[in-house]
Write a protein that binds this ligand. Structure first.
Ligand code: SAH
Length: 381
C-alpha cells in the first residue's frame, strides 16, 4: 500500500517553540585553561607573571591526569599553584545529581554551572568502548517538537571549557572504574543538549581540546568523535573545511520537506536537498561516511513509502558515504507520539537497506533515567 505525502495528519501536540539562533549573552563562565590552545595558555600564564613552563604543567594535570586538584600539583611551587589554579582552572561544573541504569553501564550527570545554569551529560560503557554524550548548549533553540531539550528552549551557549570539562569528568570516571571495569574513554558524541553547530567556534575548539594529544588536549582519536546537527548547512560546510576527521551526524527524521518542516523546524530555512548537498560536501572533503539519524515515530514518519524515498534520496546524494541510524522514538513529557511497532521498524530498515544504504537500529541507552536521545531536560528535581 502506498500513502501520499499529504496523508500525514498527526498533530503536533507539544507547545511550539520559536527557532532561536543567537544565544542569550548572559552567564558565560570565566576563562579557563581548556578555552585556550597550548600557545594561548603559555601567553596567559606569562601574563600572570609565571614561568611559561607552568602552562605545560597545568595542562598535563588537566588533560593528562584529568585532575583539577591543586594540592596534587606537587611539581608547581605552592605560591604559584594557588594563583595558577585560581586564574586558569576556575571551577566550571559541579555535579548536582547522578543516576544510572543498565546495571551501572549508563550514567547521567546533572551539572550546575557557575551561574546556576543546568546541563546534563551521559556516559555509556560498552564491552569494547566507552562513550560520553556531551551538551554543547544549555537547552536548545532548534525547537524540534519530539525532543524534550528542544521544547525547553535555549538558555545559553556552553563555553569550550564547559564542554571539555564534561569530557574530563567522563574520562576520569571511566579510568577509575566508576562505570564498569577501569578503561579509557574512546568516544565523544555531541548529542546531548543543544545544537553544536549553533555554537560553532566553541564546538570546534572543544573538538580540538578533545583530540589534540596530551598536554594540548585529551588525545582522543578524531575518529571517535561525532558532531550531530539538525542541518545548519553553512556550518556543515565550514566544519568540512576545518581539516578534522570527525564523524558528522545529520538529524534528518523525514525525507520530504513537508514532514521535515514540522519535525525539524529549521527545515523551513534549509531544505532536505540542501542539507544532503552539504552532507555530501562534508563526506567528500573528509572522506568520512555521514550518519543520518532517523527517530522512528509511529504513523508519523515510519511509512514504507518514506523508507523507500529515504533510501533512494540518500543513495543518490551520498552513494556509499552514508549510514542510517534508526532511533526508536524515546518518550518525552507531554508528547503523544510513540515509537513505531517492531514490525514497522523492521520493514523500514529493510527498505532503506534494499536501496543500498546501510541502516541499523541504534541501541538506545538510558531511557528509564531520561538519559536517552531527546530526553535531556536538566531539571533540578
Ligand atoms: N541538535 C543536534 C544534537 C542533538 S543529538 C541534533 O539534533 O542533531 C540528539 C539526537 O536525538 C538527534 O538526532 C535528535 O533528533 C534525536 N532525538 C531527539 N528527540 C528524540 C526522541 N524523543 N527520541 C529519539 N531521538 C530523539
Amino acid at each position: 500500500m502506498t500513502h501520499s505525502p499529504g496523508n500525514w495528519n498527526t498533530e503536533v501536540t507539544m507547545t511550539s517553540q520559536p527557532l532561536v539562533f543567537p544565544a542569550p549573552r548572559r552567564g558565560m563562565p570565566p576563562r579557563h585553561l581548556a578555552d585556550l590552545s597550548l600557545k594561548e595558555r603559555i601567553e596567559a600564564v606569562t601574563a600572570l607573571g609565571e614561568k611559561p613552563m607552568r602552562a605545560r604543567q597545568l595542562s598535563q594535570h588537566y588533560f593528562g591526569r584529568l585532575s583539577v586538584d591543586a594540592p596534587g600539583m606537587t611539581d608547581i611551587p605552592v605560591s604559584a599553584r594557588d594563583r595558577l589554579t585560581r586564574e586558569m582552572l576556575p571551577p566550571l561544573l559541579s555535579p548536582v545529581r547522578q543516576v544510572s541504569c543498565d546495571d551501572g553501564a549508563t550514567s547521567k550527570t546533572l551539572w550546575r554551572a557557575h551561574d546556576g545554569t543546568l546541563l546534563e551529560s551521559v556516559v555509556m560503557r560498552y564491552p569494547d568502548r566507552a562513550t560520553v554524550c556531551v551538551s554543547s548548549q544549555a537547552g536548545c533553540g532548534m525547537a524540534c517538537p519530539f525532543c524534550a531539550t528542544g521544547q525547553g528552549g535555549l538558555t545559553r551557549n556552553l563555553s569550550t571549557a564547559e564542554i571539555a570539562d564534561q569530557v574530563r569528568a567522563a574520562a576520569a570516571t571511566v579510568r577509575d572504574g566508576g562505570i564498569g571495569p577501569p578503561g579509557r574513554l574512546s568516544n565523544v558524541v555531541f548529542m546531548g543538549m543543544g545544537e553544536p553547530l549553533a555554537n560553532y567556534q566553541r564546538t570546534v575548539d572543544a573538538v580540538r581540546r578533545i583530540c589534540d594529544p596530551v598536554p594540548g588536549g585529551f588525545g582522543i582519536s578524531q575518529r571517535g568523535v561525532t558532531v550531530s546537527t539538525v542541518g545548519l548547512i553553512h556550518a556543515i560546510r565550514k566544519l568540512a573545511d576545518e581539516g578534522l576527521s570527525v564523524t558528522l551526524a545529520v538529524s534528518l527524521h523525514a525525507p520530504d520537506d513537508e514532514l521535515r518542516n514540522e519535525l525539524v523546524p529549521v527545515n523551513t530555512r534549509w531544505k532536505v536537498a540542501e542539507v544532503l548537498a552539504a552532507a555530501r560536501y562534508y563526506a567528500d572533503r573528509t572522506g568520512r561516511r555521514v550518519s543520518v539519524e532517523y527517530a522512528l515515530i509511529r504513523d508519523v514518519n515510519d511509512q514504507p513509502w518514506r523508507a523507500d524515498l529515504l533510501g533512494s534520496l540518500l543513495h543518490r546524494a551520498l552513494g556509499p558515504l552514508v549510514h542510517v541510524n534508526v532511533i526508536p522514538l524515546n518518550p518525552t513529557p507531554g508528547s503523544k507520539w510513540d515509537a513505531s511497532p517492531r514490525v514497522a521498524q523492521e520493514e523500514f530498515v529493510r527498505r532503506v537497506a534494499a536501496a543500498g544504504v546501510p541502516c541499523t537500529v541504534r541501541d538506545t541507552r538510558g531511557r528509564e533515567i531520561a538519559a536517552a536521545c531527546g530526553q535531556l531536560a536538566a531539571q533540578d528535581r
